[in-house]
Design a protein around this ligand. Structure first.
Ligand code: NAD
Length: 439
């Protein structure tokens, strides 16, 4: 039966369903449709569905190619989206791309969206269908949550009546289509034959390597690769704090350190956000905490979570050099998205930074050219401010007229959380400069 499905995928006669049309699912649905499959997209967000069915993009920021691709595949009738799961009755492959957050307090996965999808597939999953989870999940989730969830809702047996795969995504906002098509993928199948069916599907638009694996390996690879990054960033941040305390410039240190063979220190910064790096390390350790009692991974989370608060310390210190106290000071905060040139503000470091500023009595005004709530001119927030803080490396900020900005402000304090402003240029414009790892 799986061989027949593989043949249908190869012939592109297998209809595809994609559930969850966010930063991951929408580009996936578009690429599959663009490859010649008939694709049905499902989301619970009716506004999003309406936007996509008009051939428009709900994704903001600078996202090369996505608007054109949506217009093209919707216009050609290859992608149709709906909130109605009944539309999935005839599809043979279902790709699940819903969000998989962790609980704020316990850091354990909540899986509300995933469990809801598994339940709703009950009445509609066609016999012999292949269900692929692209969402990032804690190692063990396919066995503990997905298989029992689907078996309970469908009354069918995994591996006999339907097939399961886990092919975690490696995209990042701002590079969605580029990463989707160029990155290699770990293709986890319940059996090697299922992995081969998945490879037949993904090879239609992925030019990177497609590496077959089992379900558990695929789960660990994805969560471990993001935990690795978080730990590396935490290391860079800790070295930056050491440099600040000693009066050195972390960027000079990093450049020389990276000349040592095998070293590749990452960039420090104002914090780590988004829907991946802050939660995937918790997913990695979720099911083995009691046995392993991990130290390094939770510590890295702590170091990185502290950086937005450290930004407030930098503001306070730089204001003090002007004899200004933080309480009552006006602070212009530039950037709210978690990543440059995107509108993705999930787990925004700026959100934590602003909350800390306000807790300590400062008056914060945020500007971001891509996040609807904060779309206004930079001048709107810098006029009369005592300090300006760069939280995100949006390209437009790099060419800001520093002299003109200085003129509008009540005091000239500039705090750079992303090393995007040349210190000498800032000082030439009359600013007192402080940066992460470079005070
Ligand atoms: N954003 C990234 O760059 C990225 C990269 C790699 C992996 N991932 C992983 O991919 C998954 C999805 O991330 P995302 O950024 O696309 O999330 P997202 O929040 O942008 O998209 C999730 C979508 O699922 C929809 N949804 C929620 N519950 C639903 C339900 N019951 N039925 C149908 N639709 C439902 C939401 O309305 C939303 O549109 C996560 O597991 C994430 O960790 C994300």
């Amino acid at each position: 039966m799986i061989e027949q499905l593989t043949a249908n995928i190869t012939a592109k006669t297998a209809a595809i369903g994609v559930i969850g049309l966010g930063y991951v699912g929408l580009p996936v649905a578009c690429m599959l449709a663009n490859s010649g499959f008939q694709v049905t997209g499902i989301d619970i967000d009716a506004d999003r569905i309406a936007t996509i069915n008009r051939g428009e993009t709900p994704i903001g920021g600078e996202e090369p190619g996505i608007a054109e691709l949506i217009a093209s595949v919707v216009g050609a009738g290859r992608l149709h989206t709906t909130t109605d799961y009944a539309a999935l009755r005839t599809v043979q492959v279902i790709v699940i791309c819903v969000d998989t957050p962790v609980d704020e307090g316990t850091h354990l996965p909540s899986y509300r969206a995933l469990r809801s999808v598994l339940a709703q597939l009950g009445g509609v999953l066609a016999p012999g269908a292949l269900v692929i989870i692209e969402s990032t999940i804690a190692p063990g989730t396919m066995q503990r949550v997905v298989i029992p969830g689907l078996e309970a809702s469908t009354g069918q047996q995994a591996g006999r009546d339907f097939y399961l795969g886990h092919c975690p995504e490696r995209v990042t906002p701002g590079l969605l289509l580029h990463n989707l098509t160029h990155m290699s993928r770990t293709v986890g199948g319940q059996t090697p034959a299922v992995a081969q069916a998945m490879i037949a599907l993904y090879q239609n638009y992925v030019t990177g390597e497609l590496d077959p694996a089992d379900l558990l390996t695929a789960e660990i690879v994805k969560t471990a690769e993001n935990a690795y990054r978080d730990v590396q960033i935490a290391f860079a941040n800790e070295v930056a704090l050491i440099c600040e305390a000693l009066g050195a410039n972390v960027y000079d240190v990093r450049k020389l350190l990276n000349k040592s063979p095998g070293r590749n220190m990452l960039l420090p910064g104002a914090g780590v956000g988004g829907h991946c790096i802050p939660k995937d390390p918790w997913l990695l350790i979720a099911n083995t905490r009691d046995q392993v009692q991990p130290q390094l991974i939770p510590s890295a989370r702590q170091v990185n979570n502290r950086m937005p608060l450290h930004m407030v310390d930098l503001v306070e210190g730089a204001l003090a050099r002007h004899g200004i106290v933080l309480k009552g000071a006006k602070v212009a905060v530039l950037g709210y998205a978690f990543r440059e040139d995107t509108d993705d503000d999930r787990d925004s470091p700026t959100g934590y930074m602003v909350a800390e500023l306000e807790r300590r009595g400062a008056i914060a005004a945020v500007q971001d050219p891509y996040v609807p709530e904060y779309k206004r001119s930079v001048t709107d927030v810098t006029t009369g401010a005592h300090a300006v803080v760069f939280m995100v490396a949006h390209t437009v900020y790099k060419s800001l007229d520093l002299a003109a900005t200085a003129q509008q402000m009540s005091a000239r304090v500039l705090v750079d959380g992303r090393n995007i402003i040349d210190r000498a240029a800032a000082e030439h414009a009359g600013f007192t400069y402080a940066g992460v790892g470079n005070v």
